[in-house]
Write a protein that binds this ligand. Structure first.
Ligand code: ATP
Length: 359
């Protein structure tokens, strides 16, 4: 296992052309589970291919621990890889498929047997070890692929490229949970590419959110939710995403549609100094209804959707569209919904960046 360092890394497919990856500087910790998350074309595959060695970056270095691997081909990098579609030998037994990467390295049959049994047990393949891979279901085949990626103990990292694409939706969460358990037991460095926020947030310790070749934020699922460092992260993570409203700042208040909203004084001061285009951001679920005798902001309600555990209100604050998540029991008055934006959840953004950034 290794920590992965991306040192001033960037990539242009054509010299002088567009950056598929903008210059970046990151360290991914040894034993961490990372997800690369972002919309199609944001550079996830490019970054994964640079880490695996399928692609040489046009700029910068990739280090595994202290070793510069930037120019090493995949087979010299000691990585496990799992792709979208199962890569297995149909005519071999499940056992032999799992054993293949170990036998390739001439490890003793005694060790191979112990390790294959351990991995098969973790993935729930123990019952089918003697069967040929050919006749198994698509998800069992992908489990074999996952097992082959995870079976070597000496790998620097295991890279997953949308590995659950072919899995039945209702089995996806089971496999994701399995992968999480396996990660906790094996303590491998895992990098998992996906465009699905649920997959990323349930799998990873740290999610790397990308847009247009840039890493916008590397953070825990909780940090991405509570303190998105970029408006795109706020918008992309969460369902629905964060509310953003243009604002001005006076003293320690943000002014939105003529209403004054208290914000953190230090954040307000930094926002004023930034000279940027300012927005107030707040999560739909972190807005709370005001008590009857409490001052609040009046939201004009356009639509109420009952989503089981909660109601999703779509409305307006002045000209700004806004979403609010409410507990079912809470009521909307004839003149709208009176709400409070708690100060600790009212964040300011200047030119799309969280004011105060990752502080
Ligand atoms: P997807 O989720 O659709 O796979 P992605 O996030 O993995 O997308 P990449 O495939 O890494 O994104 O693409 C990043 C950018 O690089 C895109 O603008 C894409 O058009 C460009 N690109 C990717 N591969 C090549 C290539 N071989 N030659 C030139 N440009 C490329």
């Amino acid at each position: 296992m290794a920590r992965i360092e991306l040192n001033n890394l960037a990539h242009q497919y054509a010299p002088g052309g567009e950056y598929a990856l903008q210059p970046m500087q990151h360290v991914w910790e040894d034993g961490g589970a990372y997800a690369l998350l972002g919309p199609s074309g944001c550079g996830k595959t490019t970054l994964l291919n640079i880490i695996s060695g399928l692609l040489t970056p046009s700029q910068g270095q990739v280090l595994f621990g202290d070793q510069d691997v930037t120019r090493l081909p995949p087979e010299q990098r000691n990585i496990g890889q799992v792709f979208q579609f199962p890569v297995i030998y149909d005519t071999m037994s499940v056992f032999d498929n799992l054993a293949f990467p170990l036998r390739n390295r001439r490890l003793s049959e005694d060790y191979v047997s112990r390790r294959v049994t351990q991995i098969a047990g973790m993935l729930g393949l123990d019952e089918v070890l003697k069967r040929r891979a050919k006749n198994l279901t698509a998800d069992a085949k992908q489990k074999i692929s996952l097992g082959r990626g995870l079976v070597r103990e000496d790998v620097a990292a295991v890279l997953f490229d949308e590995p659950l694409t072919v899995i039945d939706p209702h089995l996806k969460w089971q496999l994701r949970r399995k992968l999480r358990e396996v990660h906790e037991q094996l303590n491998l460095t895992l990098v998992y590419v996906t465009h699905d926020q649920t997959e990323a947030l349930t799998f990873a310790d740290k999610v790397v959110v990308m847009l247009a070749g840039q890493v916008l934020q590397v953070g825990t699922p909780q940090a991405l939710f509570e303190r998105p460092e970029h408006t795109f992260v706020g918008y992309f993570i969460g369902s629905p995403g964060m509310n953003f409203m243009d604002c001005q700042v006076e003293g320690s208040e943000a002014i939105v549609a003529g209403e004054r909203i208290a914000v953190d004084p230090a954040m307000a001061a930094a926002a004023s100094e930034s000279g940027g285009q300012l927005q107030l951001g707040i999560r739909p679920g972190l807005i709370r209804p005001a008590a009857a005798d409490e001052a609040g902001l009046m939201i004009q309600v356009d639509q109420v959707e009952d989503l089981g555990d909660y109601e999703l209100i779509t409305g307006h604050l002045g000209e700004h569209k806004i979403h609010v998540r409410l507990e079912e029991s809470e009521k909307i008055g004839s003149d709208g919904l009176k709400v409070v934006f708690p100060t600790e959840h009212s964040l300011l953004y200047a030119d799309d960046r969280l004011v105060g950034g990752g502080a």
